[in-house]
Structures are given as C-alpha cells and as structure tokens.
Design a binder for this molecule. Sequence first.
Ligand SMILES: [Fe+2]
Length: 327
Amino acid sequence: MRAQYIELLEAARQTCQACRVKAGEAVVVFSDTTKNEVLVEAFYAAAVSMGAQATLVLSKAERVPLVDPPAAAVAAMMEADMVFDLATQPWLYTEATNKILGRGARVLQVLADESSVIHRPPTPEISERSARLAARLKGQRIRITSQLGTDLRVERDDRPVHFQDGCVTHAGDWDSLGVVVAAFAPPETKAEGRVIVNGPVYLGPRLNFHVETPVVFELAGGRVVGTTGEGREAKIIARFFEESGDPNARVIAHTGFGMDPRADIWGADIGNWESYDGGINVAFGGNNIPQLQGRTACRVHVDTILVGATLSVDGKEVVRDGIFADG
Ligand SMILES: [Fe+2]
C-alpha cells in the first residue's frame, strides 16, 4: 500500500464533507505533473466516493506562481460546482481564477503539505470558532504588545477583516486548505512602535525560517525604519529589505491572528504558521488583493508571526500572551 494513502483519503473525504460536496455535483480535481500523485488520487477518490461527478484534470506543472492554467483546464473548472486546486504553484491572482469564481464554482486550493492535509482538515467546529474570533478584530485601534517588548499601534479604517477557515461552502467562494486566519490591512501610514519577532518569518517569495534570536522591527508612519537584533536573522531581514529595491516592501501590509489549535509553528508550511492559534501576524509589502483591499503594490511580501503576544482591540484584550480571551 502506498504511504499515507488511507490517511489522505480520510482527510480528503472530511474536506469534501466540510465543503458540502453533494452527490451529482460536478467536481474538478485540478493538478499537475509535480504534485504528489497519492494526494491527487486521494482527492479524486474522495469526490467519487461522495457520489459527485468527478473529473481529474492534469496539466504540466508551472515553474513559477501566478500563471493561468491552460485554457482547456480553465474551461473544465468553469463548468464545475466545486474545484479542488492541487496545482504545485499558486495561481490565485490570475484572470483564470476570476473567470472560474465568476461562473459560480467554489474553489479550495490545496497548497498545504501532506501533514496539514491529514491533521488539519476543515471542520464545522473550526469554522464556527474562527468566524466568532475573527469578528473581534473589527475595531478601530489595535495595539500589539509582548513581554519581549513589542508595542505596536495600528489603526483600522473601513477596510474589511478578511477571514479564512480553510473550506468553501458557497458558489464563488475561494479558500486554501489548512489556512485558518483573520487579518486586515491597516491604513498605510498608521503603524507606530516596534514589534519583536520571535516566531517564523517568510521573506516572500524567496526564503522562510524561524528566528532563534528575536528581531526588532521599528515602525514609524506605517513603515519599517529599522531591523535590529543580535542574531544573523536581523541582518538577513535588513538585507532583504535593502535588496528588494522597493520602498513599498517596508509598508505595513496586514495584521491579525491565527485560529487553528491544531496548527504549529514548525516545518515549512506557511499556512500552518499563519494559522497557529493565538499567533499574531504582522506583515509588510504587497497587499493589494481584493480580500484585504490593501493599496500597496510590491513584488515582495514579508510575513512575521509573534508567538505569545497580546492583541487588544479598542482597549479590550482579544489575545493575551498568545491565548484567546474566552477562546
Ligand atoms: Fe501575509
């Protein structure tokens, strides 16, 4: 028997249930030549076992992200009720995505690694709790503090709190399996103070790592004006900002928190880090995606996670030392 097939199939079936895949629905599993075939087969078998009219579409893998899939694959997905997107590279921000969602398909991206697929499939409990917690971000003055010395103040204007629970249930929905996170884009000039990053860092799209020695990000007027720390990570981050050659790389992009108690901050799965329960995300650079209504166009995007930090909204603690108040 092939390694993990049974576990992946069980998880794929649970994902189908959470995404309300029904008998007779048109389901397209889209994948490519570099994806783990066991994972692809598990999703296809799960859709078939739900009684769906399942079609497998396989294309040659793209080497870089954000490329439209081949036209014939897009046409198949436009005819679907439900798409499981198992492409190797993400292609969320493409014309193809707009066309597919516009035709009423719901799309679940499966970019998560096999471990997240198996251990963190969507559940009704996760969806209910994350919707409830995400609503608490809907204030105007957000302050993030930590025992390490973080003290950052950001504001929220009329832009939405974007929230993901890792499943799709309605026509035109898009989500990514294993991503359970809430975030909003603050006004670009309204972030003051310092964050002391002690968790994972993603220097997108090039590098990700965990900091061993905390890194201090100084912010003024919504921008990173300095990164310092005793370890080599601070130097790498400072160099990344410099070499990006784009002043927008330093602009605050989003903040919020992860809401999946099953997630951890280890491994290379960025969705796992971002979803870490009570982990605070503070990001910089490009954020001009429709979900966030951010205004910063930039080739790079930096995600950082603060572990054990406190986040208050309009003076009320939502996360205290990494734990949700009344979570
Ligand atoms: Fe981000």
